[in-house]
Design a binder for this molecule. Structure first.
Ligand SMILES: [Fe+2]
Length: 432
């Protein structure tokens, strides 16, 4: 099956390759200048680095960030530190329209102090500068709070949820794919601009910190959804072109001394077996005892709406990674794609276990909730028997928009998980 699906997508990908090559430093337009969009990612250490991503309508301008530990109100020469980076263009955008064309600038700040607030502006004298923004590096001691969710889109609900999420003052946002629903179609470029506007307008904490993004890939980041392994960057041009992470769709990030987050790719542009599986196994094995491990990915192993059994994507994800999660005692997995709220029992090998992994989802951070077909079916003993399950894997589920907030205790002794809805209500909670 995999081979057939792969072959079906090779030809369109080759055609795309001819026209959508990312090229550094090509001028877009000298008539229009301006800085727009500014958001944060990490390409490495979350305590000592921060990557500033910003867009300009012209590419023939330098990539610069000026920053300091005290506010400088946008006066360039007063900032104590500066860093330079590079820009690139998505040629597909230039070919779409002059309005879509832009340079994407990536500037990584390094040698930062963990747990420190920084004030910064990005840009240059020609294009102009952003307003002064703030970020905070991840501390190297103490408690850590982050939020997670996926399947967003650009509807009104997204802004509501982002405001609730920012209001919790998270140190990072883990997004589990299906973000702007642009489907890697350059004709949908405005969807990404809308999403970035929503993010930048709403994902600022009450203290003023812009929240950095850790982004896993979903099917709606790609041209065909699944199995596009040959040319990942062509299959997901916005995912790779707009968000500087590591240049691949799986990686690990430390969030303080007690938490490691694995962003993974459920077969969108990377095979779940092979190199990605080895990476996961080796990095989990190398994680010191007592450090909580979290996985962030799109397609759920334990779906609340789509099918658990048969030749489903969920079955393929379990086949690829479940034994690895179980062998290393993964703390929790953040699943998406089904547009539901769900919390599983603690599971090992598909059955409840006191030390098992918690699976939280199911990606309803803006999208209209689904009805929970699989969750309802699991209430029928005949369905459980058909699926080879002794009991339902779900502890709770609901058709409701939400995001999950995760609190790792200062001493690493425990983790609290709280699901919060559009109006700020707690819609589910648990702790380990
Ligand atoms: Fe999805």
């Amino acid at each position: 099956m995999t081979t057939r699906v792969r072959m079906r997508h090779i030809l369109p990908l080759l055609l795309l390759a001819a026209v959508l090559v990312m090229s550094p430093g090509c001028p877009v337009s000298s008539a229009n200048t301006g800085v727009f969009h500014c958001y944060l990612t990490w390409q490495g250490d979350t305590g000592t680095t921060m990557t500033v991503n910003y867009h300009t309508t012209s590419t023939d301008v330098p990539s610069q960030v000026f920053y300091d530990t005290v506010p400088r109100n946008g006066v360039v020469e007063e900032y104590a530190f500066s860093a330079t980076g590079a820009s690139h263009e998505l040629l597909g955008l230039s070919q779409e329209s002059s309005d879509a064309a832009r340079a994407i600038h990536v500037v990584e700040l390094t040698s930062l102090t963990p747990g420190q607030t920084y004030y910064f502006i990005a840009g240059d004298a020609t294009a102009g500068y952003t307003s002064e923004k703030m970020f905070r590096t991840i501390p190297d001691s103490g408690a850590v709070r982050f939020i997670t969710g996926g399947d967003m889109g650009t509807d009104f609900a997204v802004g509501q949820l982002l405001r609730q999420a920012a209001g919790q003052s998270p140190m990072a946002a883990l997004i589990g794919g299906d973000v702007a629903y642009a489907n890697a179609d350059f004709g949908n470029w405005k969807d990404w601009d809308r999403w970035l506007d929503l993010w930048e307008d709403n994902m600022v904490t009450p203290e003023g910190h812009t929240v950095p993004i850790i982004l896993a890939i979903g099917n709606h980041e790609t041209t065909a959804g699944f199995f596009q392994f040959l040319f990942p960057k062509l299959a997901a041009p916005f995912y790779f072109g707009y968000f500087a992470q590591e240049g691949r769709a799986y990686f690990v990030r430390e969030l303080g001394p007690h938490a490691r987050v694995f962003a993974l790719d459920t077969s969108h542009v990377t095979s779940m077996t092979g190199a990605q599986q080895r990476f996961l196994d080796q990095e989990l094995a190398a994680t010191p005892a007592g450090v909580h491990t979290f996985a962030l990915y799109h397609v759920p192993m334990y779906p609340s709406h789509r099918a658990f059994g048969g030749l489903s994507m969920s079955m393929l994800v379990r086949n690829a990674w479940l034994s690895t999660f179980d062998a290393h005692g993964l703390t929790a997995a953040f699943e998406n794609h089904d547009h539901m709220l769900k919390r599983t029992k603690r599971l090992r090998n598909n059955a409840p276990h006191p030390d098992g992994t918690l699976y939280l989802g199911d990606g309803c951070f803006g999208k209209t909730p689904r009805s929970g077909e699989q969750a309802r079916a699991l209430e029928d003993p005949a369905e459980l028997a058909r699926l080879g399950l002794t009991e339902s894997y779900l502890a709770n589920w609901a058709s409701t928009r939400h995001f999950w907030m995760v609190d790792v205790a200062a001493d690493g002794s425990g983790v609290e998980f709280t699901a919060i809805g559009s109006n700020g209500d707690v819609v589910d909670e648990t702790a380990l």
